[in-house]
Design a protein around this ligand. Structure first.
Ligand SMILES: [Zn+2]
Length: 565
């Protein structure tokens, strides 16, 4: 039953690193989707259609692999770095010789080196391989939370004698850049032998990169023929003697120009590493895959706290349905009557001032809307909100005021994209910038802080969770919105006063998977097809959550639940 699934998903996921370096074709996902993407999408749809029970396995597979496949197929054309990877901060540390007696300032003793490894371990960093980094840079697939890459230049004997055993001890990957003319020689400093290199090259922890034949101080100063010899011959010799493909080149002393890059491309390398003391940076800040930046090892301590694997992939849960018709229902739960409107796609509108909700949506596509997040009572004739707000109607991220933000800590931050909605605890510092919000949902189109969680993962919230919400225990008219069990956005109000705990319990019974409170009391308002749904004239508001009807989604890159079904 799962044959088709495995034939499509597993080979791709298992071979990501090797494919990533072995294939430089560009497959983009915007506009005219490539045949491959469309076929893959069709396969996924078909698989999901064929597989009946148990669906939970299917759900997990699609949830787990879907976003990665999507990222894989939206990789940037080689040698470009993908937009998502540009946000990450992956430090690549550069070491030279490791030996017991230092001779120059950049030498490191084995004791100092092990101190570095301990610091890396203690700080919660995960050393990654160069293959992992290149896959990440070209696809944007996230890395471990705090990644780091360790590199060792020039093939010193100390690399085999001290570094390699320590990397094995900590199970940390490393990259060794070798120039071939000194292999096995002792010229004041010892160099690795071919036997030692063969042993290291056979270890999955180790990546061998070519670093020219003779290590010229500046490849740019050489003739075209000489450049070509240095770049190609070093690859050929390493491949012939080690029996492995050599995918990466490290520029001697970091020096390169267009002629050097051309030789590197023509030799068939898939990426190249550089160094520049005056212009160090994280991997994602590199111009492209043919000039990947590094930091000198002495920077380890100041760099380590900044390491970040990049924004999470968009959730690709099968649980969202933004393409069903917008429908209004009235229902009574535990003696409280409710109006619930679900379907369509959720958006927010941040108006220029305060209006009735039906006035705000009057000239828009929205079929229904409920009053949105916190707004300031101080500025009666303004649209000032409390907490940060991003609305696709205004297209501008407006940060909140710091002292007010602090009071909103851990209240629900509502994140909306064209494919998903996420309710996460608000972090007053992190979430007061657009980049901080994007770190939790890169494709975010709308964001604001709501009053309180009512339902989380189909569970009502207990009284203790409302502790700092004013009058949470008092029966009031209350406005809310969330996602129901079918994945549809749903907005609503209670037609009678109700307290917060009872409201959460009622909404679970009404079929909400997640729900947040938007407002309560005199400004609670709901509109449907131009008509107010409440029996009073509510106070005007500057912000709404609205439902807009959606046509069928034609983009092959967006596989909604509805299509998979
Ligand atoms: Zn070097």
């Amino acid at each position: 039953m799962y044959k088709k699934l495995f034939s499509v998903l597993l080979p791709l996921s298992l071979s990501l690193p090797s494919l990533a370096v072995a294939q430089s074709g560009s497959i983009t996902c915007n506009g005219t989707s490539s045949m491959q993407t469309r076929e893959l999408a069709n396969d996924l749809v078909q698989m999901a259609t064929w597989v009946g029970e148990p669906t939970s396995v299917m759900d997990k597979m699609v949830e787990n692999f879907g976003p990665q496949l999507l990222a894989y197929f939206s990789r940037s054309p080689w040698p470009n770095i993908q937009e998502r990877a540009r946000l990450a901060k992956v430090p690549i540390m550069m070491y030279h010789d490791i030996l017991p007696q230092k001779e120059v300032f950049f030498d490191v003793t084995p004791q100092e080196f092990e101190e570095h490894l301990r610091l890396i371990q203690k700080s919660g960093l995960t050393p990654i391989s160069l293959n992992q980094l290149i896959t990440h840079l070209s696809t944007g697939l996230p890395l471990p939370e705090k990644p780091i890459l360790l590199t060792f230049d020039d093939g010193y004997g100390g690399h085999y004698e001290f570094v390699y055993p320590l990397l094995k001890k900590y199970r940390y990957p490393g990259v060794f850049s070798i120039y071939t003319s000194k292999i096995g020689q002792n010229t004041g400093r010892s160099h690795v032998t071919w036997d030692q290199l063969q042993e290291m090259a056979a270890d999955p922890l180790i990546t061998i990169a070519a670093h020219s034949v003779t290590h010229p101080p500046d490849l740019r100063a050489l003739s075209e023929d000489k450049i070509q010899m240095e770049v190609m011959e070093s690859k050929r010799l390493l491949e012939a003697n080690l029996g492995i493909p050599i995918y990466y080149f490290t520029y001697p002393t970091g020096k390169y120009d267009a002629r050097v890059v051309k030789a590197v491309r023509e030799a068939g390398y898939l990426a190249a590493i550089t160094m520049d003391d005056a212009n160090e940076g994280f991997a994602g800040q590199s111009e492209d895959l043919l000039a990947i930046k590094r930091f000198g090892q002495s920077r380890l301590e100041d760099i380590i706290s900044q390491a970040w694997g990049g924004p999470k992939l968009p959730t690709w849960s099968r649980g969202f349905n933004f393409s069903s018709p917008v429908q209004r229902t009235e229902t009574t739960i535990d003696n409280t009557p409710f109006i619930l409107i679900s379907g369509g796609k959720p958006i927010t509108i941040h108006a220029k001032s305060r209006y009735q909700v039906q006035e705000i949506v009057a000239d828009t596509e929205a079929v229904a809307a409920v009053d949105g997040g916190f707004f300031s009572l101080k500025y009666l004739d303004s649209n000032v909100m409390i907490g940060p707000v991003l609305s696709q109607s205004a297209g501008e991220f407006i940060p909140g005021n710091n002292s007010e933000n602090r009071k909103l800590a851990r209240r629900p931050l509502v994140l909306i994209s064209s494919q998903a909605v996420n309710f996460i605890p608000f972090d007053p510092i992190k979430h007061n910038t657009l980049s901080g919000v994007k770190a939790d949902m890169l494709e975010v189109t709308d964001a604001f802080v709501a009053a309180a969680f009512l339902v989380k993962d189909s569970q009502p919230q207990k009284a203790a969770t409302f502790a700092n919400l004013y009058t949470y225990e008092v029966p009031r008219h209350r406005a809310f919105w969330g996602i129901n069990q079918e994945g549809k956005p749903t907005i609503g109000v209670s037609k009678e006063p109700i307290d917060s705990v009872a409201l959460g319990e009622a909404l679970v019974k009404a079929g909400f998977r997640d729900a947040v409170m938007l407002d309560s009391g005199a400004s609670t308002s709901l509109t449907y097809k131009g008509e107010s749904q409440v029996g009073y004239i509510p106070r005007p508001v500057p912000h709404v959550v609205a439902l807009v009807p959606t046509q069928s989604v034609a983009d092959a890159c967006v596989l909604h639940r509805a299509e998979i079904e």
